[in-house]
Design a protein around this ligand. Structure first.
Ligand code: SAM
Length: 270
């Protein structure tokens, strides 16, 4: 180890809240259940809380860590020789390259940096075809949004996009004392398995994403107002959707129907 590097001072801007509870770490790794010959990618290994026990089971682990100082810390561990290290932003890391090189679906896990958790999830959903599963520690509030159903206060665009792409399970909640420094919020460990074939059908996910964005931007407004520029009252009624409902009352299926209507009737091209 570089002698100058004695102590790491956690960086708030990189959401560095390290796991310290060994029982919890064991529980997480047991759930992930890494196997030899699988392609595993860890986002944000930090000081190696999950990296070390995972490397005691498998021979190779790809890690994506933005903070080079932390990677210098990892170098002092014997498990470092098992790592394929990418000192990079996980939002721009080339997951496709890993998939093509290894020629198998990727398993992604990590105690995510909470400041990029939502953007990272949205970025990974788009790569669902090359992912076997994802096991993440997230803000409890984000986990609740991922699994929320219509009518729930957490239901929104993220719920719709996430549930379109993945089968999602809340595994367990985790309290702040399990991290150092202690975060101000609660956390939840979540399992996401991309669907081979989504239970929902849409011609174009970009259109689904666009209209959900539009609808939830004006969450409190009724659909006739929030989506009124695209859909007339007549169209809502033809699709059996009450235009007086609010964004949070529509099911994923109904959002898919609205987005498919746009494509099938060339609405944006008119
Ligand atoms: N896995 C460690 C643990 O559980 O103790 C650290 C988890 S800590 C919550 C998040 C980690 O992600 C930190 O190591 C941080 O430096 C890293 N990180 C933050 N932003 C990142 C980004 N955009 N890309 C990759 N890693 C990032």
């Amino acid at each position: 180890m570089n002698k100058k590097i004695k102590k790491h001072f956690p960086l708030k801007r990189l959401s560095q809240n390290f796991l310290i509870n060994q029982d919890l770490i064991k529980k997480i790794v047991k759930f992930i259940d890494p196997q030899l010959q699988q392609t595993l990618v860890e986002i944000g290994p930090g000081l190696g809380a999950l990296t070390k026990p995972v490397c005691s089971i498998i021979d190779e682990l790809i890690v994506v860590e933005i903070d080079s100082n932390l990677l210098n810390f990892l170098k002092k561990h014997s498990f470092y020789s098992k790592l394929i290290v990418s000192c990079q932003d996980a939002l721009i890391f080339d997951y496709y390259n890993v998939f093509y090189e290894k020629n198998q679906l990727i398993r992604i896990f990590g105690n995510l940096p909470y400041n990029i958790a939502t953007s990272l999830l949205l970025c990974l959903f788009e790569k669902n075809k090359i992912i076997q599963d994802m096991n993440f520690m997230l803000q409890k509030e984000v986990a609740e949004r991922l699994v929320a159903s219509p009518g729930n206060k957490s239901y929104g665009r993220l719920s719709i996009i996430a549930q379109y792409y993945c089968n999602i399970k809340i595994i367990f909640n985790v309290s702040p004392e399990n991290f150092r420094p202690i975060p101000k919020i609660n956390s939840t460990f979540v399992n996401l398995i991309p669907y081979k074939k989504s239970p929902y059908f849409t011609h174009d996910i970009k259109i689904l994403s666009y209209i959900t964005n539009l609808a939830f931007q004006k969450r409190r407004k009724i659909l006739r107002h929030s989506l009124g520029e695209i859909f007339s009252e007549k169209i809502f009624l033809r699709l059996n959707i009450n235009p007086k409902l609010r964004a949070e009352n529509l099911s994923i299926l109904q959002y898919c129907e609205l987005s498919n209507y746009i494509i099938e009737n060339n609405i944006f091209k008119k």
